[in-house]
Design a protein around this ligand. Structure first.
Ligand SMILES: *Cc1c(COP(=O)(O)O)cnc(C)c1O
Length: 454
């Protein structure tokens, strides 16, 4: 048991061979999904999703085997390293031990490839030729483009227009993997054309891009839709992260006191925490503190309402019971750090409501300060998304300095920020502003929620 280890690397043989399904262990079942038209309880609509993914979405089986072909691809970069942030601890002069699980070593630069590979595999197996999807900052589009190429599928990406112009290199990356990328709203769908007619300068949103990708998939028999976060099967695929983390910390005799991750749709955080929250549900680790972090500019869990809402702007995606800022939410253009979705993974919302996890919102200047401090200590430039979590890790480590407690803090470091240097440039030039999403806007959005009969 060497707690002084700088990093813990697992061998390929130690990689998990199953995904962990939290639905087997929830003290109360998840609320169902509802059909956007009829409002009745529904499965994932078959014109959009592979049957295997629909099955996983509602499965109660505790462990679901990872197909061999998927494991083989995972092995190109998995297991990912667990690293002790010695230099950050020293810079903070804290008695806390900080560990980070680094998903930035994947070829796409983030955790998203974990589900992209699985989704491409199941769709290919069911005879699908083409996947349509949306992407915001571009990480999901990059991951899915690569996964599609590996399995010989075509890939069409609707990229939120503001990112399409701000992040040309992400687009080039997707195109290099053979994907077709268009700025959303686009002329390629009815939804896109309608929005452009009403507002030719629309900068787009994830909700709009999701509607476009859904319309694309509804319209073609050879095409399915693919989602990079939020839904249960995506969080399921991400549990390789938490399972590996548990094993790695066990090897050095450590169990975390605090787990911190950022939430956009909830998938990297879910992947990390779900294998651990099981111990909390089973009362083996009642004191384990699990904290999700979001931007004050898109405060879904800390300020949103818990309600039935559409997953997209046009009301084509299923309706879920979740925290939401309203499906018409358009993020403030001053916000540079990703994590812009109006809703949140129902699994994360449910666990929050049951009291197993807590949520915090942080401002973007403090977030980039934390990111730079982390980069200067550890040498890794974090993606702006996990930088939100880094801010809270630093806060918690400084609390330990005050109290003298030697807590073990585990950070989900979901990806690197090599394609986000534009945001860093703005921060370094002093051009970022803090922004608090106003409560009144959330209340306004209430009016547009779908009416669900009690
Ligand atoms: C997409 C992304 C996120 C946010 O999405 P989640 O589903 O909440 O994980 C966070 N970090 C990175 C690096 C991402 O690419």
């Amino acid at each position: 048991m060497d707690k002084q280890a700088t990093k813990v690397i697992l061998t390929e043989k130690e990689m998990p061979t199953s995904w962990y399904n939290i639905q087997a262990d929830l003290p109360e079942p998840l609320p169902p999904l509802r059909h956007p038209g009829t409002k009745e309880i529904t499965r994932l609509p078959p014109p959009l999703f592979a049957g295997a993914l629909d099955e996983q979405e509602f499965s109660k089986e505790r462990y679901i085997e990872i197909p061999e072909e998927v494991q083989e691809i995972y092995k190109m970069w998995r297991p990912t390293p667990m690293i002790r942030a010695f230099r950050l601890e020293k810079a903070l002069d804290t008695p806390a031990h900080i560990y980070y699980k680094y998903e930035g070593v994947s070829p796409a630069g983030s955790h998203k490839l974990n589900t992209a590979v699985a989704q491409a595999y199941y769709n290919k197996k069911e005879g699908i030729k083409r996947l349509a999807t949306e992407t915001g900052a571009g990480q999901w589009g990059s991951a899915l483009s690569m996964a599609c190429k590996f399995f010989g599928l075509e890939c069409k990406v609707y990229m939120v227009k503001v990112s399409y112009h701000q992040k040309p290199y992400r687009r080039v990356l997707m195109e290099t993997f053979g994907a077709k990328v268009v700025p959303s709203p686009s002329q390629d769908t009815q939804v896109g054309r309608k929005i452009l007619e009403e507002d030719p300068n629309s900068t787009g949103s994830l909700g709009i891009a999701i509607s476009e990708a859904c319309e694309d998939a509804f319209g073609r028999d050879d095409t399915h839709y693919s989602l990079g976060s939020v839904v249960n099967h995506v969080l399921l695929h991400q549990t390789v992260v938490g399972q590996e983390s548990k094993k790695q910390l066990e090897k050095i005799g450590v169990y975390p006191d605090i787990i911190v991750g950022c939430i956009g749709g909830g998938s990297n955080f879910g992947g990390m925490l779900l294998p651990f929250v099981k111990d909390k549900i089973e009362k083996k680790k009642p004191k384990l503190q699990i904290i999700c972090v979001e931007p004050t500019a898109c405060p879904t869990v800390t300020k949103g309402i818990y309600a039935w809402d559409y997953g997209d702007v046009a009301g084509m995606a299923p309706i879920a019971l979740m925290y939401t800022l309203g499906h018409s939410f358009v993020p403030p253009p001053v916000h540079a750090g990703g994590l812009r979705y109006h809703g949140m993974a129902p699994i994360i919302c449910h666990l929050h409501r049951l009291g197993f996890i807590e949520a915090r919102a942080v401002n973007q200047i403090a977030t980039f300060q934390a990111a730079v401090q982390f980069a200067q200590a550890e040498g890794i430039i974090p993606a702006p998304e996990p930088a939100h979590a880094i801010k809270v890790v630093i806060d918690e480590a400084l609390k330990c300095k005050q109290s003298g407690e030697k807590k073990n803090i585990l950070l989900a470091l979901s990806g690197h920020g090599h394609f986000d240097l534009g945001a860093y440039e703005k921060y370094l030039a002093g051009q970022l502003e803090d922004y608090e999403y106003p409560k009144e806007k959330v209340e306004e959005a209430l009016k547009q929620l779908p009416k669900i009969p009690a």
